[in-house]
Design a protein around this ligand. Structure first.
Ligand SMILES: [Zn+2]
Ligand SMILES: [Zn+2]
Length: 342
């Protein structure tokens, strides 16, 4: 029997186990991919710990920022061929026929399949993809660096679009981690003026390196929202909250200019208070945004392929996955970790 190497979650309370598992063969519409690199997302940590209401079925292989080469295709595959460079993604597949899929909102499909969660992901030498949904990696791009675009990149790109801001507008990026530092670059590439907020000066330096114009350390000023309103001449037109700290949410809403929109992509488990009076009188919008559609993915990859987006990342090996999760839990990662599976 052919096997592949993978990092398996066998229990929600134990470290991942690196071992050999059977090599899957592609079913209809599927392709088998030799994975070369995979980004590590905070969601992988939540998946491995079983943090969310619907847990993955054990055992499973996490990872939804994988990039590799198609080595075999199943029946009815027309969109991919052997040798193509493709990725997996959180939106691994969807039903294609519900009201959301029919209106190009496949990210909201109740029957969607999620990479590295409800189907095995990219923390291994091989993975399956659905040829109808797998992101096609543009020719000539750096395959080590493109992984973080497949979740972090598309998530912030879509989230930024959902702020309904215009070129020249002020945009607040809250939380400069794996998502936030890439959000700063997308916002800049989209012509927005970026305010970055975090509680760690090193992360604010990273935001400046990626193009932030104004930075605020929320831990060292008395009223971060008031500070942002003052430094932007009235508040930001839009905000994207990637932070996993619940305090960041009311802070972002409080930093908005009248008529502003805050787009939420970070997923802390807490709730946050929303001031009804100011929300109504200032005409504010608060909305959630989850990953991006296939079209958003194509657009996000196009920004990357044109050299406008440069994720900060560090290459590490699959054997180090438990150490990587420990660092991630402690907030000790600058930018993104990418697994080298070559
Ligand atoms: Zn992710
Ligand atoms: Zn659907």
């Amino acid at each position: 029997m052919n096997t592949m190497k993978a990092a398996l979650v066998q229990s929600f309370t134990e470290p991942l186990v690196i071992g050999d598992v059977p090599l899957p063969s592609p079913g209809p519409f599927q392709a088998l991919v030799r994975v070369r690199y995979s980004g590590v997302c905070h969601t992988d940590l939540h998946a491995a710990h079983g943090d969310w209401p619907v847990r993955p079925t054990l055992p499973f292989v996490p990872g939804h920022e994988g990039v590799g080469t198609v080595i075999e295709i199943g029946d009815q595959v027309t969109r991919l061929k052997v040798g193509d460079t493709v990725g997996n993604a959180w939106l691994w597949s969807a039903c294609g026929d519900c009201e959301y899929c029919q209106t190009s909102w496949e990210t909201l499909c109740p029957d969607q399949v999620n990479g590295g969660y409800s189907v095995d992901g990219s923390f291994g030498t091989h993975m399956l993809v659905d040829s109808r949904y797998a992101p096609i990696i543009p020719a000539g791009v750096d395959v080590a660096a493109v992984g973080p675009i497949l979740c972090a990149g598309v998530t912030v790109y879509k989230g930024l679009k959902m702020t309904d801001t215009q070129p020249g507008d002020w945009l607040l990026i809250s939380g400069i981690g794996g998502l936030g530092h890439i959000a700063v670059e997308y916002a800049r590439a989209m012509g927005r003026r970026v305010v970055a907020i975090d509680i760690d000066d090193a992360k604010l330096d990273l935001a400046v390196q990626h193009g932030a114009e104004v930075t605020v350390n929320a831990a060292s000023v008395e009223d971060p929202a008031a500070e942002i309103i003052e430094r932007t001449g009235g508040g930001v037109h839009g905000a994207l909250v990637t932070a996993v700290n619940a305090h960041a949410f009311p802070q972002a809403v409080g930093s908005l200019r009248r008529g502003g929109t805050v787009s939420l992509v970070g997923l802390p488990p807490e709730k946050f208070p929303l001031d009804i009076f100011t929300t109504v009188l200032f005409g504010l919008t608060v909305r959630g945004s989850i990953v991006g559609t296939r079209r958003d993915m194509t657009e996000a990859l196009d920004f990357f392929a044109r050299g406008l987006i440069h994720p900060t990342y560090k290459l590490r090996h699959l054997d180090e996955i438990n150490d990587i999760f420990t660092d991630m839990s402690a907030g000790d990662i600058s930018g993104r970790i990418v697994l080298d599976l070559n």
